[in-house]
Design a protein around this ligand. Structure first.
Ligand code: FMN
Length: 326
């Protein structure tokens, strides 16, 4: 089994990738999307979204980071994919799932699922432009309005020579509303021979096991579940390796991560907005750790890094508080 960290625009940037992959269990990551419209983008755009390119395309823990491209024009997608490959991307991932209105209005993301032939053409053009040893993966939903074209879309992606297909088991119209319709992934697996990675609504080890049983997929992609529970990949991987359980991180294990993440973002972003990723993370975490709610309330209006740090330090486990004070 392999576990992939899902792309999450505005949430999983290189700092979050570094932190999450350091906890173990993740086999691959994807960048936030490179929006491709009309032209070949300069190298700095790729380096900004994927600073890991400077270090062989992996996070400091050695986990590969594929560069995600989003766009509707085959030729220009192909040119940009070739550039990402030249810059050292270990793989290229194509986004056919983004539901954002602004993106869909300008011919990108899930809107393309209404035209399976174009999904095929874009994938084939990118595959042809990128050296054969570099994987080209595709991520899709089950359709735009409904699921009627899903198998045709999957066929076209396979015929285009994609290395792997990740399926977020919902249509664009279904948004992020549960449930995820994993049974459609099982159907696609019967039909196409390329490896399929199942995605959607995996929040715990039990969900992962059920998803694998329903879809028949070995590999899973995890998104919001990991943001709520950063050690989820490690827990799932352990359950798969030995059918065993490892001790999950409790809140005492989470607060040092929050402080570490805050210090990482402070190094990367302007001081006055460096607390924003932390605040966003706490909002996601409230879904699993009730303690994240009150902590969010304490930091939500703070802007000065020292004030935010002081609150985080007060929440550290006792031994650590003494070390922070020293
Ligand atoms: C805030 C947010 C941003 C996302 N950004 C992307 C993206 O850039 N590309 C993409 O293919 N999917 C994106 N997704 C979808 C996720 O990768 C994933 O398919 C979806 O969240 C379902 O998986 P989950 O239930 O494990 O979260 C995003 C989802 C969220 C919630």
């Amino acid at each position: 089994m392999r576990l992939m960290l899902a792309p999450m625009e505005g949430v999983i940037d290189h700092t979050m990738r570094e932190l999450l992959t350091s906890l173990g269990g993740v086999d691959r990551c994807v960048t936030e999307f490179v929006r491709v419209t009309e032209r070949l983008l300069p190298a700095r755009v790729f380096h900004r979204l994927c600073p890991e390119l400077e270090r062989g395309g992996t996070t400091p823990s050695g986990v590969p980071v594929y560069v995600q491209l989003l766009g509707g024009r085959a030729a220009v997608m192909a040119e940009n994919a070739a550039r990402a490959a030249e810059l050292g991307a270990p793989g290229i991932d194509l986004n056919f799932g983004c539901p954002a209105k602004t993106v869909n209005r300008s011919d990108g993301g899930a809107i393309l699922l209404r035209e399976p032939q174009r999904v095929h053409e874009i994938t084939a053009a990118v595959r042809a432009a990128v050296p054969a040893h570099i994987p080209v993966t595709v991520k899709t939903r089950l359709g735009f309005e409904d699921k009627t074209l899903f198998l045709e879309i999957a066929d076209g992606i396979a015929a285009a020579g994609a290395s792997e297909l990740t399926v977020h088991a919902r249509t664009k119209r279904e948004g992020y509303r549960p449930p995820a319709h994993w049974e459609f992934i099982a159907e696609a697996r019967q039909r196409v021979s390329l490896p399929i990675i199942a995605n959607g609504e995996i929040w715990g080890v039990d969900d992962a096991l059920r998803c694998r049983a329903v879809t028949g997929c070995d590999d899973l992609m995890l998104g919001r579940g990991v943001i709520c529970r950063p050690d989820l990949p490690r827990l799932i991987a352990a359950a798969d390796d030995c059918g065993d359980t490892v001790e999950p991180l409790g809140w005492q294990g989470i607060t040092p991560l929050l402080l570490r993440f805050f210090e990482m973002t402070l190094r990367e972003y302007d001081a006055h907005c460096a607390g924003n990723p932390l605040k966003q993370w706490l909002v996601y975490m409230r879904g699993y750790f009730p303690q994240a709610g009150p902590l969010f309330e304490q930091v939500k209006r703070l802007r000065a890094p020292d004030d935010i740090r002081a609150v985080l330090q007060r929440h550290q486990p006792v031994g650590r508080q003494a070390r922070c004070a020293a």
